[in-house]
Design a protein around this ligand. Structure first.
Ligand code: HEC
Ligand code: HEC
Length: 332
């Protein structure tokens, strides 16, 4: 009983009070980090209620953790995902890891306007976006038990977070933009030093012994995410990688890579000249309003004068400044 009470109390007394109070070591000159020194503590799974509601929440969590067993190419429920990635391959710790693509407050922030589709999307539609792009699949029915279970789990995660509320760690950690373009050749050196031992020489990861899911997921190739998935965007990928990879050593409060290493390795992983990915279906929406394309999206047309290459690898500061000056969205 203590836990839910604590949670709502924390929310009432300002989200800051919910922080786990480990303060990361200050890095000189890193004012972005200094201003976000906390993380929200996710509810413990032992607080999932017993009974029908709890069973659905638990099933939703199971779908997030062991996605391919149910929704993968040989999934027991149906073939929806086109690869063996799990939601938790990116939404770490079943969507509860601070700054690890946390899903903790998502339920409180949808429906919301999405630039990729240029319309309002429900949370269920947003879930299907990830099944279509990163999982290279087709949408699960909105009224299915599986969709309801995933939404029930996310609702449970967001318990007590007010509508449109945010908590520390529910977003990726911000990073300063580099003054130069990210460099895939330098990124390969970072990859060889810090990533190869799990994701492999060829970036194809390692399957678990039974062959139905990954121990280490692939980072490119036919079994990885499509171009245009958010992980394919340089800044997002760098933010994820810096504060979460190498997976056994890095955490939001003790990153291993420098900013430059994170940008460079993100550029290497996502370089479409070096690595292939499954194609985006031609009918998929891709930011129909040109000025709403994120500054790190790989494909034009853009409503600003910068090349696709500069959008893909940077440098970004001048794009950001131009857009700000012209009143265009500056999101990334
Ligand atoms: C290859 C990595 C990857 C995989 C696998 C993946 N996602 Fe995502 N997902 C992302 C990224 C990146 C974002 C964008 C986050 C952002 O904009 O900061 C995202 C966003 C989301 C959001 C919106 C979060 C919010 O609060 O706005 C939801 C919901 C979501 N994913 C659910 C899922 C589910 C459910 C699965 C499994 C079926 C899944 N994702 C699989 C990378 C992935
Ligand atoms: C100790 C093993 C290990 C190392 C080293 C490691 N990773 Fe990972 N990585 C993982 C695991 C495991 C996951 C899936 C998340 C999970 O299961 O917790 C993952 C997930 C990812 C993902 C998202 C999922 C996907 O398939 O796209 C990316 C991107 C990624 N790693 C990049 C990197 C980069 C870049 C490096 C080097 C800087 C790196 N990783 C080093 C184990 C590792």
């Amino acid at each position: 009983m203590i836990r839910p009470l604590l949670l709502s109390l924390c929310i009432a007394t300002l989200l800051v009070a919910c922080a786990n109070h480990e303060k990361p070591p200050a890095e000189s000159g890193d004012s972005v980090r200094d201003s976000m020194p906390m993380a929200f503590v996710a509810p413990d799974t032992s607080t999932i209620p017993v009974g029908k509601v709890g069973d659905m929440i638990r099933y939703g969590r199971e779908l997030i953790v062991n996605t391919p067993l149910y929704l993968g190419p040989k999934g027991s429920v149906g073939k929806y995902a086109g690869n063996l990635l799990a939601c938790t391959s990116c939404h770490l710790d079943a969507g509860t890891r601070p700054y690890g693509l946390s899903l903790i407050s998502s339920h409180a922030r949808y429906p919301q306007y999405r630039m990729r589709e240029a319309r309002i999307l429900s949370l269920g539609e947003r879930v299907n976006n990830c099944i279509e792009r990163p999982l290279n699949g087709r949408p699960i029915p909105m009224d299915s038990k599986e969709m309801n279970a995933i939404l029930m789990y996310m609702k449970w995660l967001a318990k007590g977070i007010p509508v449109d509320g945010r908590v520390p760690g529910d977003d990726l950690m911000k990073m300063p933009l580099l003054d130069r373009a990210a460099d895939p050749a330098k990124g390969k050196l970072v990859y060889d030093q810090h990533c190869v031992r799990c994701h492999g020489d060829d970036g194809q990861g390692i399957l678990a012994a039974e062959g139905t899911k990954y121990t280490y997921p692939p980072l490119w190739g036919p079994n990885s995410y499509q171009p245009g998935s958010s992980m394919h965007r340089l800044i997002k990928a760098a933010q994820f990688i810096k504060y979460n990879m190498p997976q056994d050593l890095a955490r939001w409060d003790k990153p291993v890579l420098t900013d430059e290493e994170a940008y460079d390795v993100a550029a290497y992983v996502n370089d479409d000249e070096l690595h292939t990915r499954p194609p985006v279906p031609p009918e998929a929406p891709n930011y129909p309003i040109a000025k709403e394309r994120p500054i790190d999206f790989y494909l034009g047309p853009f409503a600003d004068p910068f090349s696709s290459k500069q959008h893909k690898f940077g440098p970004y500061k001048e794009i950001f400044a131009w857009r700000k000056q012209h009143g265009h969205p500056t999101g990334y």
